[in-house]
Design a protein around this ligand. Structure first.
Ligand code: BES
Ligand code: MN
Ligand code: ZN
Length: 495
């Protein structure tokens, strides 16, 4: 999809559809009055009839208004004017995308609500449209595309002074949208197609033809040499060989320390010998969403040519039951030298991540963020709205929290107090891989914390945010928006 920012005389603009917002209680912006005047009061007359109140997602499609060059006007409910912002704008757009897509329009123009945040409005609006038109039909043999699909969305202002920031929002928004779509595609692919080997190939594909991207893949024999006993113990239970995928984006000065993004790339998690129940087990193909978000964020860096060094590290494996799989009680030695008693083979994410985190030390990173669908407990704690955030550096955590809020991809911090470490005690090894019933998200992070002492580190548990279940089952692309926002800020090019 193409996204543009344009200056326009709203009433005179020829477009198949002009989208105009209405707030709750039928409150309007000045743009509405401009159109109303051009239509000699017809528009407000329609509004007075009361068919649309302006509640978020309400909509009313109008045809052939006198004095207005657009062939259709879509009145779009925006919700309460008092709390209106980019997030609310995105929420208002989401439900009308199917209508606009099926409406045989080809292109539309959207008048920006007058909140003052022109960058945020355009960017979140763009992302709402892009998420709305996203389809995953690679595995369907027959697809029926709309007759005249939506190809272009223009965001309109009547004040040229806003254009520069609106255009910046289009460029940065587009990169976030592409990165999210890449993450969603990789995640939605089933486990029999998207294997660790497939992910490694996709990484190489991403690197092809881009001199700022360097891709390398560690094979199991390389991991063996490095002593990655924790990671390899997980992949031993699978016929697919594990891969450690490294994506280096070199957009910054040669010597400047990179930001490291470490993403869990479990292409299917059956639980291993501690096997999961059958219900919804298909969704464990999404256990590589952390890794997919690293691909998406790196792709966005490359698209924007950010002046920054970023390294993505994606440990990738399957977790299956097998005669050679981990057994409860097994003890393995991680690359750090610390030993781990595996009391539950379904707590495998931390086993592959701990070795990837130790490996990340060699990049001397300025900060490390790991991203993982790590614990079901995170869904119990935070549901599907916020990703869990934990870490060993308050400033980094605050930076990530702010990035999440301003990219409409929110996180909520949980404590990582030393007292919780007690729960990981093992009678036979340096630590156990599970911490008992309480605080599952925290004890998982406590485990990782034992491998991140040498750098500033934050952990994102995306178990509740990376995909949606049910009728609309599919990957969300989160937390690509948050990661890119964080990187834009670090690169000094955020709005
Ligand atoms: N990938 C799962 C976590 C998960 C489960 C994410 C459901 C999203 C939805 C992870 O590998 C796992 O199985 N974690 C266990 C840990 C437990 C054994 C300590 C869990 O959450 O049950
Ligand atoms: Mn598991
Ligand atoms: Zn898992």
């Amino acid at each position: 999809m193409k996204y543009l920012s344009r200056y326009a005389d709203f009433a005179a603009l020829k477009t198949p559809c002009l989208v105009v917002g209405i707030y709750e209680g039928r409150r309007t912006d000045a743009a509405f009055d401009v159109l109303d005047e051009a239509s000699s009061g017809e528009l407000r007359k329609i509004l007075r009839k009361g068919d649309i109140q302006g509640n978020a997602g309400d909509n009313l499609l109008l045809y052939g208004l006198p004095g207005i060059a657009a062939s259709r006007i879509l009145l779009l409910g925006l919700g309460k004017k008092k709390d209106f912002g980019p997030r609310q704008f995105a929420q208002a757009i989401a439900p009308v995308v199917p209508l606009l897509e099926q409406g045989n329009m080809g292109q539309i123009a959207v008048i920006l609500p007058e909140t003052g945040d022109y960058y945020g409005m355009v960017r979140e609006g763009l992302l709402a449209f892009d998420a709305g038109v996203y389809r995953f039909d690679q595995c369907k043999s027959e697809i029926e595309p709309p007759k005249r699909p939506l190809r272009q969305v223009s965001f309109l202002t009547h004040d040229r002074r806003h254009l520069r920031r609106m255009e910046k929002a289009c460029v940065q928004g587009h990169a976030i949208a592409s990165g999210s779509a890449l993450a969603r595609d990789l995640a939605n692919l089933p486990g029999n197609i998207c294997t660790p080997t497939y992910l490694a190939q996709e990484a190489r594909k991403l690197g092809r033809g881009n001199r700022k991207l360097k891709i390398s893949v560690l094979e199991e024999k390389d991991m063996q040499k490095l002593g990655m006993g924790a990671l390899l113990s997980v992949s031993r239970g699978s016929r697919q060989p594990a891969k450690l995928i490294v994506l280096e984006y070199k957009g910054g000065k040669a010597g400047s320390k990179p930001i490291a993004l470490v993403g869990k790339g479990l292409t299917f998690d059956a639980g291993g010998i501690s096997i999961k129940p059958a219900a919804a087990m298909d969704e464990m193909k999404y256990d590589m969403c952390g890794g997919a978000s690293v691909f998406g964020a790196i792709a966005a860096c490359a698209e924007l040519e950010l002046p920054l060094n970023v390294v993505g590290v994606v440990p990738s494996s399957e977790n299956l039951p097998d005669g050679d799989a981990n057994k409860p009680g097994d003890i393995v030695t991680s690359m750090s030298g610390q030993t781990i008693e595996i009391l539950n083979t379904d707590a495998e994410g931390r086993l592959i991540l701990c070795d990837a985190l130790t490996y990340t030390e060699r990049f001397d990173p300025a900060a490390v963020i790991d991203i993982a669908t790590l614990t079901g407990a995170c869904i119990v704690a935070l549901g599907n709205q916020a990703s869990g955030l934990l870490g060993n550096d308050d400033r980094l955590a605050d930076e990530i929290t702010t990035a999440g809020t301003s990219s409409n991809d929110r996180v909520w911090r949980l404590p990582l107090w030393d007292e919780y470490q007690e729960q990981l005690k093992s009678n036979f090894a340096d630590m156990a891989n599970i911490g008992g019933r309480g605080a599952g998200t925290i004890t998982a992070a406590c485990f990782l914390a034992r491998f991140t002492k040498k750098f500033k580190w934050a952990h994102l548990d995306i178990a509740g945010t990376a995909w949606v279940s049910g009728e609309k089952k599919g990957a969300t692309g989160r937390p690509v928006p948050l990661l890119v926002q964080f990187l834009l800020k670090r690169a000094g090019v955020a709005d």
